[in-house]
Design a protein around this ligand. Structure first.
Ligand SMILES: OC[C@H]1O[C@H](O[C@H]2O[C@H](CO)[C@@H](O)[C@H](O)[C@H]2O)[C@H](O)[C@@H](O)[C@@H]1O
Length: 624
């Protein structure tokens, strides 16, 4: 009975109760997250008293204007928790820039280095003194946020942000971010989805242990590792205790990990969207099941995607068909296997023999289970597994390749695995996409679906292939890295901005879909491009020759300078006149409930996969 489960957090302002319900259902703001990020002016109790006064004054039937007035009088705007901060370790010309041969890309990378100044946040002391007035979770050290509506840290985003920070030689900021996460594990026993109390009942892909590895690769500080190893044990235990199940497969019992949810109610930050969607179910129990699926999908980082739809055994459907809790995901298992490997190495270095063998056993079990249940020789890749049908889900996702990145496959048979994976990429015609690797081949209008392409997924596939050292895989990696860098650069030239997601089907195409408009900033996007330029800066050019891409004022600005704005506006107007931008822009859906019922936003059409694949891989890209 899910109605007995705890809410997202105790707060009757930010997580559950009539105040939250009344304000969020009134739809005061374009984005539901705005309200739950606001600061209350007085204590929670006084705020609640004011709310009940307003309700009795209005016979429990307040108008939108009454509710807006209540919010205006009792809340400060979102973002009130931060003070100005300039990272003291920021430097103008970090060493990695010297590796970038193309002068245009070099200048761009330098502008990306400047973006950390815009994305840095430091919390006011007042947050520490009166945490009850805020939804933000207090952390001691300043940090880098993704950007836009994402004004707090995000768990898995932080991995790519820290990669970028280390390339920018911002070691203090990077270490501060890891220290914040460690302190959160000490306080809460795990890392929430993001740094807000309304995220406290779910996590995100577990990358803290790999983040510590990034610090170790940078400074190899064994004392730091010794100091924090117990916290890392705790984080790993959280996943093994709360996120694993036993799967019976061909006479074997395999321990596998999955995303879950153990709270009740809609997501506070998308409250109205979730409640509206739940109208498609007639009982509280069914509504709660939907909320659980929505929250489990958010925990996966892929919110939302046809990857989690099950309808008559297929990946068709809509949000009402979410079945995240019935799917064993390749990426989570690969990442935990990698976590176990790192923990085994850490404990070995710290001479904790018993712990090292404990993690070795877990690592070996994951290796076996991943191969037994998720690897498919005939398809040539790892696939998610449905607990409903006890069958694999044979659909393309970049996460299918995540064991290459996480190293969770038998390296003694590397050629066997890599040859098949390269054939798989050929088979799905990965070369037909001009702008990157799409998230899926399903065109649902959800943001983790076709034709969107996400930075972390590009990184996972590219680095997975590149790190094999296998010539064919490395060639693929270089091609994919080139497309991604060029496409991001194209958008930068037009808009002087980095986006959270892009369009795989168009060089310079913007991402879209889902429940909020595409955000700029953007933490992981910057980290991924920096990493690719660090690795491929000697071979990737902005166009076919170094230094030949068309220049625009925007390229040289750090963020949006006046020149950049003018240039971007001209480009937008010109594209509108040519009717091209219309194809690239996504409109936010107004009627989310309608969408839940299976209505796809017709604006999001673009280049369907079915058409593209008939091009036989010969589109604009070089034939491999
Ligand atoms: O508010 C809706 C959802 O927003 C977040 O998800 C998306 O942004 C995150 C930050 O970049 C990213 O980590 C995630 O993969 C994206 O899907 C948030 O994480 C969700 O929990 C939230 O419901």
């Amino acid at each position: 009975d899910r109605s007995k489960l705890p809410p997202a957090c105790d707060s009757m302002i930010y997580c559950h109760g009539p105040l939250l319900n009344t304000v969020q259902m009134a739809g005061l703001y374009n984005d539901s997250k705005t309200f739950v990020d606001m600061k209350i002016k007085m204590s929670p109790n006084i705020t609640l008293e004011h709310f009940y006064d307003m309700m009795s004054r209005t016979d429990s039937n307040p108008t939108k204007a009454d509710i807006q007035e209540f919010v205006n009088q009792n809340f400060d705007p979102e973002g009130s928790e931060f003070e100005d901060w300039r990272p003291s370790d920021w430097k103008h010309n970090p060493g990695f820039l010297a590796k970038i041969k193309d002068p245009l890309l070099h200048k761009w990378a330098s502008a990306l280095n400047d973006l950390w100044l815009d994305l840095g946040r430091k919390m006011k002391e007042a947050v520490k003194e009166s945490p009850d007035l805020y939804s933000i979770i207090y952390v001691e050290h300043p940090f880098i946020v993704p950007g836009g509506r994402f004004r707090e840290f995000y768990y898995w985003d932080s991995y790519w942000i820290i990669k970028g920070l280390l390339l920018s030689e911002m070691r203090t900021t990077a270490k501060g971010m890891v220290n914040n996460l460690l302190s959160i594990v000490d306080r809460y026993g795990f890392i929430p989805n993001g740094g807000r109390i309304y995220y406290l009942m779910r996590s995100q892909p577990p990358l803290l242990i790999p983040m510590v590895q990034l610090l170790m690769e940078d400074t190899d500080d064994l004392e730091y590792l010794r100091e924090h190893i117990h916290t890392l044990d705790k984080e790993f235990d959280y996943w093994m205790t709360n996120h694993t199940i036993e799967v019976n497969h061909e006479g074997k019992k395999l321990k596998m990990a999955m995303y879950m949810d153990n709270s009740q109610g809609p997501r506070p930050e998308s409250y109205k969207e979730d409640v509206d969607c739940a109208r498609h179910f007639d009982t509280t129990e069914k509504k709660e099941e939907l909320y659980a699926e929505l929250k489990a999908a958010a925990e996966s980082g892929w919110d939302f995607s046809s990857r989690w739809f099950i309808l008559n055994g297929t990946n068709k459907g809509n949000l009402t068909n979410l079945k995240v809790r019935s799917i064993i995901p390749v990426d989570l298992n690969a990442i935990l296997c990698w976590n176990a490997q790192l923990m085994m190495e850490y404990h070995t270095r710290l001479q904790n023999e018993e712990k090292a063998s404990y993690y070795r056993r877990i690592h070996d079990d994951f290796m076996e289970a991943i191969e037994e249940l998720l690897w498919h020789e005939d398809v040539g890749v790892w696939l998610d597994y449905s607990l409903e049908s006890s069958r694999r889900r044979d659909y393309f996702y970049p996460s299918n390749l995540s064991p290459l990145w996480a190293g969770s496959y038998d390296k003694a048979r590397k050629d066997y695995f890599v040859n098949r994976v390269v054939n798989y990429l050929d088979k799905v015609k990965m070369d037909i996409f001009e702008g990157g690797i799409p998230t899926t081949f399903e065109h649902t209008g959800e943001q983790w679906d076709y034709p969107n392409a996400w930075p972390p997924l590009q990184y996972i596939v590219i680095m997975g292939l590149a790190n094999t050292g296998h010539p064919e895989a490395m060639r693929y990696a270089t091609e994919l890295a080139t497309k991604w860098v060029r496409s991001n650069f194209e958008v930068w030239k037009q808009k002087a901005a980095m986006l959270e997601k892009y369009d795989a089907t168009i060089l310079g195409g913007l991402g879209g879909g889902g429940e909020y408009v595409v955000q700029t900033g953007f933490g992981w996007s910057n980290g991924v491009v920096m990493s690719l330029l660090n690795r491929y800066g000697d071979v990737i050019s902005a166009a076919d020759n170094f230094g030949t891409a068309a220049e625009s004022g925007a390229v040289y600005g750090a963020g949006v300078g006046a020149g950049g704005v003018v240039t971007a506006l001209l480009v937008v107007l010109a594209s509108l006149a040519a009717g091209t931008l219309g194809l690239m822009v996504y409109k936010r859906r107004k009627d989310y409930a309608g969408f839940c019922n299976g209505e796809v936003d017709k604006l999001i059409s673009k280049k369907p996969y079915t058409e593209l694949k008939s091009l036989n891989g010969a589109s604009n890209q070089k034939q491999r």
